[in-house]
Each structure stands twice: as structure tokens, then as C-alpha cells.
Design a protein around this ligand. Structure first.
Ligand code: MRU
Length: 338
């Protein structure tokens, strides 16, 4: 996989030999973004099966190694539901299969590849649906990275941007840098540069000023998990952007595949929010010096919860959903036949 921690300076692919390496890559954000960690988790289960098929003398030994791999991959990060969704799909194949470990490994490999292909197809479909929400010359603000890097190809929020820009080359993007891990400046800006889509990078605290000046026409973000009522959990800072968009009368659009829906959660209040290491917040340096004292007490929630009332539309591969979201998201989930 492409090591996202080394962008934009270096484009380096790493080869992972076993499922513990995949767990580590997800935890350390070598791979990140909700659909992408789902794909990686599925690939991790397939890799575990290939290795275990080569080393296990019995089906029982194979099953016990698979049990360990599945549990650790599923728990590598807690918030984006795509990871558990993808790993559970493959775990179901292992549980139901009566064949040899080699046959199971082959089926899991095909299933993991199919999840990857499906996620990219879903992004392309979302891009097409979202054209109905765009206006000529749109200036789209996005937060975090919801691009090809975050999805295995094309992107959710950046898929919307790609489709809009292909239809209207005057479309441009405002990229929130996205503290503390800077997915906006490191990854979104890099992707837009590759695609030759015009963008302006801002620090997160500039969004209100630009909105007040009429320089933002739409906000488009991805999601890590969407509850049954349409509440959205996404990268920390998304909730603030949604409040700003409401204040300035700017549509706040969420693009996410049905694999990001968690209809077992009545609202976002029940969705776990990952707390990450304090040094991610302290780690910035400025003027050649650390920007925070090394023992500064820190809060570092990696995601926040945006209530459905601030969301103008949710775009899935099934179409554009408007409030009240409950029935429309349920229909989308059922049509996607999970
Ligand atoms: O912590 P990250 O970088 O994995 O968080 C990613 C996000 O919050 C994205 O906005 C989200 O996964 C949507 S990606 C299509």
C-alpha cells in the first residue's frame, strides 16, 4: 500500500507480509480513511488466511489463527464502521465455509478484492448523484481527506469534487488543513494537485472568515460513520464547519457509501470516538522550535459528531438523501443488499 504518512514529500509503497503488519499500518495511519481501512482490513483477513493455510496442519489450527487475526483487525481503529463491516463480511465466509484452508483463503482473497472494486464504484456513483447539488463555479470547502487515498480510489467528498470539476472546470476547492494530523494539507492538497483541480489551502480557523466573505458556496465532507437518524461522525473539526455553514446559509453535504452507515446506532451519541496520542497535538514545530511544551496536558478526540439537523444532504451510491433521514437511509442500506 501507499504509505500516507510520507506524503506529500515522498511517494513510497510498503509491502505488508502478515496480518499484524496490516493492524499496525491501520493504527499508525499508513492507511487511513473509512473505506480504505475497510479495504485494508479485508485484505488483512485474506492475507491471514493465505499465511495460515500454508502453516496450519488442521482446520482447527487455521480457525484459531483466523480468530486472532479477525479480532485484532476489527479493533485496529474504533470509529469508522467500514473496518468492522468489511472484516465481519469476511469473518462470515470463514465461519460458513466447509472447505480446506486453501479454498477459504482463495475465497477471502476474491472477496477482499471485490470490496475494493465495490468501494471505488460506489464513489463514482456518488460523484454522479452529487452533480444535482452543484452550481456553476462552485467553491467547495472540504475538511480532512476523503479522496482516492481514503477510499481505495476516486474518493467520497473528493469524488464529488472530481465529478463537479469534470462537468465545470471553473469549480475550485478550499482545503482545510485539518489539525492535528493535517490530512487536508498533506493529502487532499496533494491529490488535487495531481488532478490539476484548483485549490486554496487554509488553516482551519480561517473558514469562518472566508464564508463571511462569500468565498465558499458548498461544504462537502466524507464520514466515518452515519447513524440511523442521519447524525454524522467525521474528522474532528467537521462539526464546527457544519455550524459555520448553517450560520452562513451554505449547504453542508456529506458523501459516504452505504458501507459507512451504521443503522444499529440510533444517533451519533452512541458512536465511539477514538482518542489518539497527546503528542499528535503537541507535535507541531514552528520557527524551528516545538510549538507546545512536551508535557502540556492535551485532549485529542480524532472525530466529532455533527447532528443531522445541520446536514443539508447525504449522498450515498444509492442517491441523494434529505431530512428526515431515517427511512431514506434504511432504503439505501436495503437496496445495497449488505
Ligand atoms: O483519522 P482519519 O484520517 O482516518 O479520518 C478520516 C476521515 O475522517 C475522513 O473524512 C473519512 O474517513 C471519510 S473518507 C472517505
Amino acid at each position: 500500500m501507499l504509505d500516507q504518512t510520507r506524503l506529500p514529500g515522498e511517494v513510497v509503497h510498503v509491502t505488508l507480509a502478515g496480518w499484524p503488519d496490516v493492524v499496525d499500518a491501520i493504527k499508525t495511519m499508513v492507511v487511513r480513511g473509512a473505506p480504505a481501512i475497510g479495504v485494508a482490513g479485508a485484505m488483512g483477513v485474506a492475507l491471514a488466511a493465505q499465511n495460515a493455510a500454508a502453516t496450519s496442519a488442521t482446520r482447527q489450527a487455521f480457525d484459531s489463527e483466523m480468530g486472532r487475526a479477525i479480532a485484532e483487525l476489527r479493533d485496529a481503529r474504533p470509529t469508522a464502521v467500514n473496518l468492522a463491516w468489511a472484516v465481519d463480511r469476511l469473518a462470515g465466509i470463514v465461519a460458513d465455509h466447509e472447505g480446506t484452508p486453501g479454498e477459504i483463503a482463495a475465497e477471502l482473497t476474491a472477496a477482499a478484492r471485490a470490496i475494493h472494486v465495490d468501494e471505488v464504484d460506489r464513489c463514482v456513483a456518488m460523484g454522479a448523484h452529487s452533480l444535482a447539488l452543484m452550481t456553476r463555479g462552485a467553491r467547495i470547502l472540504t475538511h480532512c481527506n476523503a479522496g482516492a487515498l481514503a477510499t481505495g480510489g476516486y474518493g467520497t467528498a473528493l469524488g464529488v469534487v472530481r465529478a463537479a470539476h469534470a462537468a465545470d472546470p471553473t469549480v475550485s476547492v478550499i482545503v482545510d488543513e485539518t489539525r492535528p494530523l493535517l490530512q487536508g494539507s498533506r493529502l487532499t492538497a496533494w491529490e488535487l494537485q495531481q488532478e490539476a483541480i484548483p485549490y486554496t489551502l487554509i488553516s482551519d480557523n480561517m473558514a469562518a472568515m472566508l464564508m463571511s466573505q462569500g468565498r465558499v458556496t458548498h461544504v462537502v465532507v466524507g464520514a466515518d460513520r452515519i447513524a440511523a437518524n442521519g447524525d454524522v461522525v467525521n474528522k474532528i473539526g467537521t462539526y464546527g464547519v457544519a455550524i459555520l455553514a448553517r450560520e452562513h446559509g451554505i449547504p453542508f453535504i456529506v458523501a459516504a457509501p452505504t458501507s459507512t452507515l451504521d443503522l444499529s446506532m440510533p444517533s451519533a451519541a452512541e458512536i465511539p470516538v477514538e482518542e489518539r496520542a497527546a503528542d499528535e497535538v503537541r507535535g507541531l514545530s514552528l520557527f524551528g522550535r516545538p510549538a507546545a511544551s512536551p508535557d502540556a496536558p492535551v485532549a485529542n478526540p480524532a472525530f466529532d459528531r455533527t447532528p443531522a439537523r445541520l446536514v443539508s444532504a447525504i449522498v450515498t451510491e444509492q442517491g441523494v438523501h434529505r431530512a428526515p433521514y431515517e427511512r431514506s437511509l434504511r432504503r439505501a442500506w436495503d437496496s445495497a443488499a449488505h
